[in-house]
Design a protein around this ligand. Structure first.
Ligand code: CTP
Ligand code: CA
Length: 228
């Protein structure tokens, strides 16, 4: 029924969504990651599909069922997510980066499990590529062609201010900011509230199930996309 009643405002559009955490292995038994469950990314994928889009999800390791009709590419590391997203982006009308990409990876890793003595207590880390910033550079606010670029930011404090800063720094067309940590954390939750930030305005979306939030986010952002 939902499917029948949802306006097909994204018909004919290709939406690419990064989702979930990434894992950065030090050896086959150990990795750096974060608490992202991928729920928001998958909720957006499902909502975009209901709104008529062709949807590709580039997903890190999550325990979620792929929404019907959504094309899913599974990745593990930030580098793999970067490569898959950059391959999909040229044919996209919108790229939404919801993934909690690990910022760093161990400088060395291999196929052999290390003992804790070999592993050591101090890990040398390298920076991972920034998917959103690279998309912003190629297709963002300073460019007049290519997909609409949308970021996410999970913050424990100064949610709106830090979200706006990240949007500007990464040249995204819009950014969705929400709070993590504390009683109304959105990590792993089924409900969340959010700000949808654009360069000259923002909208506050009250706490709602992620499915409903996803629909509202896509509606607000596709209004922007029409102007492109
Ligand atoms: N992001 C990304 N690739 C990265 C890091 C972040 O695509 N290597 C994207 C996220 O998917 C999200 C946005 O950038 O859409 C903001 O992520 P966040 O971790 O808040 O940004 P950072 O610049 O890494 O900021 P911080 O130093 O606070 O972690
Ligand atoms: Ca980060």
């Amino acid at each position: 029924l939902d499917n029948v009643l949802t306006p097909k405002v994204l018909a004919g559009k290709h939406v690419v969504i990064t989702a979930g955490p990434t894992r950065e292995h030090a050896d086959p038994a150990r990795f750096i990651s974060n608490p992202s469950t991928g729920k928001m990314g998958f909720a957006l994928a499902s909502a975009a599909r209901h709104m008529g889009a062709e949807v590709t999800v580039v997903s890190g390791p999550v325990s979620l069922v792929t929404p019907p009709g959504v094309f899913r590419i599974d990745v593990t590391t930030a580098q793999e997510m970067f490569d898959a997203t950059m391959r999909a982006a040229p044919s996209a009308d919108m790229v939404i980066c919801t993934a909690a990409v690990a910022d760093f990876r161990p400088a060395t890793s291999g196929d052999r499990k290390l003992s804790k003595a070999e592993l050591g207590q101090t890990w040398e880390l390298e920076r991972n590529p920034d998917i959103l910033a690279t998309l912003g550079e190629r297709y963002g606010v300073d460019q007049d062609e290519g997909p609409i670029i949308v970021g996410f930011a999970a913050q424990t404090h100064d949610v709106l201010e830090l979200g706006r800063e990240k949007m500007l720094k990464k040249k995204a067309h819009a950014l969705v900011a929400n709070k993590v940590g504390g009683p109304d954390s959105s990590f792993g939750a089924d409900e969340s509230s959010a700000y949808v930030i654009k360069p000259d305005s923002h909208r506050e979306l009250p706490r709602a199930p992620k499915a409903e939030l996803a629909r509202q986010i896509l509606e607000i952002i596709s209004l922007h996309a029409d102007g492109r």
